[in-house]
Write a protein that binds this ligand. Structure first.
Ligand SMILES: Cc1cc2nc3c(=O)[nH]c(=O)nc-3n(C[C@H](O)[C@H](O)[C@H](O)COP(=O)(O)OP(=O)(O)OC[C@H]3O[C@@H](n4cnc5c(N)ncnc54)[C@H](O)[C@@H]3O)c2cc1C
Length: 305
């Protein structure tokens, strides 16, 4: 076991974890960032809506962040997956799959969320290229194009109301029977949105460019882009193992500075929110880093007798 008691271990090296690392590094704190390197946006070529970094490749964003954070010598990066966490405030023990063990006073989960398997044939091939989940991230590039939305029920109504800001050429594929009521269907029709209830047979594409959505009833819907409602889960159940409260959507319940219900355990980014924006994740990470430092300062202050 490592003898060094770090100020913090950060699990997850996406925008949230690295922002926290930057804040901690600048606060003269020691921390290790353990990252498996599987961020949710790894399927995309470009990240948008991040001030000063609009259009950057996600891997390049992480490279620059890591390079800048490396100026703070007490912050270290470790590639690997965390498999267990135990202990309590002041002395957590974190073990990686390949047997490395770290001890820290505070613990931050910045582990993001993960997509559950895409159960539509052909969707994997276009995901992140011409099929996306967030109009704010990728709507601009597909504006005014013929778009298919794959969503159901209230999620379909919500996506329709948002996506119409980017294109009026929208078809909703519910991929099988849906709970949309007559009033909602009428509302969609009023906005020129056609609803197709047939299950999807497959998505046809060429080199990541979607061409059409084939339905089981033999119909096809030509399109150049798809937006769909992904099914998400927490990337890890380690926070629950420690007793962290988790919401129905799988987000760790944390306050404004990332504090969870378990003393010394913080969370930030997609792991602790349903916002799913890199800049929001980075902001939460920065606040959590400052929150951890504030807690350590407070404890040190009170310990002086
Ligand atoms: C297709 C797609 C496109 C997107 N495009 C945009 C966009 O253009 N603009 C935008 O603002 N947002 C975009 N997003 C959302 C954005 O990717 C996320 O909001 C953001 O990455 C969240 O940052 P995070 O640090 O919370 O989590 P992540 O970036 O997901 O990072 C979490 C990290 O934790 C690691 N991890 C998880 N569990 C463990 C473990 N047990 N041990 C070690 N490491 C672990 C993961 O491997 C990962 O590297 C997009 C998302 C998707 C899916």
């Amino acid at each position: 076991m490592s003898e060094v008691l770090l100020d913090a271990v950060i699990i997850g090296g996406g925008p949230a974890g690295m922002s926290a690392a930057l804040a901690l590094g600048r606060s003269r704190r020691s921390a290790v960032v353990i990252d498996e390197g599987r961020p949710r946006n790894r399927v995309t070529h470009e990240m948008h809506n991040f001030l000063s970094r609009d259009g950057i490749a996600p891997a390049e964003f992480r490279r620059i962040a890591r390079e800048q954070i490396s100026q703070y010598p007490a912050i270290k990066f470790v590639q690997g997956k965390t498999e267990s966490v135990e202990g309590s405030d002041g002395d957590f023990r974190i073990r990686t799959v390949d047997g490395k063990v770290f001890r820290s006073k505070k613990l931050l989960f910045a582990t993001g969320k993960r997509d559950l398997p895409l159960d539509i044939s052909g969707l994997d091939e276009v995901y992140g290229k011409t099929a996306f989940v967030c109009p704010y991230c990728d709507g601009w590039e597909l504006q005014d194009q013929q778009l298919v939305m794959i969503a159901k029920g209230e999620g379909a109504m919500h996506l329709s109301k948002v996506l119409i800001g980017w294109s009026a050429n929208l078809t909703l594929c519910t991929n099988g029977p849906d709970e949309l009521n007559a009033e909602q269907r009428e509302e969609l029709g009023r906005h020129g949105i056609t609803v197709k209830d047939s299950p999807i047979h497959k998505i046809e594409s060429e080199e990541g460019n979607v061409k059409q959505v084939l339905l089981e009833n033999g119909e096809s819907v030509a399109c150049t882009g798809i937006f769909f409602a992904p099914k998400l889960a927490a990337a890890t159940d380690l926070p629950q193992y420690l007793g962290c409260e988790v919401s129905e959507s799988g987000s760790i319940v944390a306050d404004r500075i990332g504090k969870t219900n378990i003393p010394g355990v913080f969370s930030a980014g997609d792991a602790a929110s349903d916002m799913y924006q890199a800049i929001a994740a980075a902001s939460m990470g920065a606040l959590a880093g400052m929150g951890i430092n504030a807690e350590l300062l407070d404890e040190a202050w009170k310990s002086v007798r």
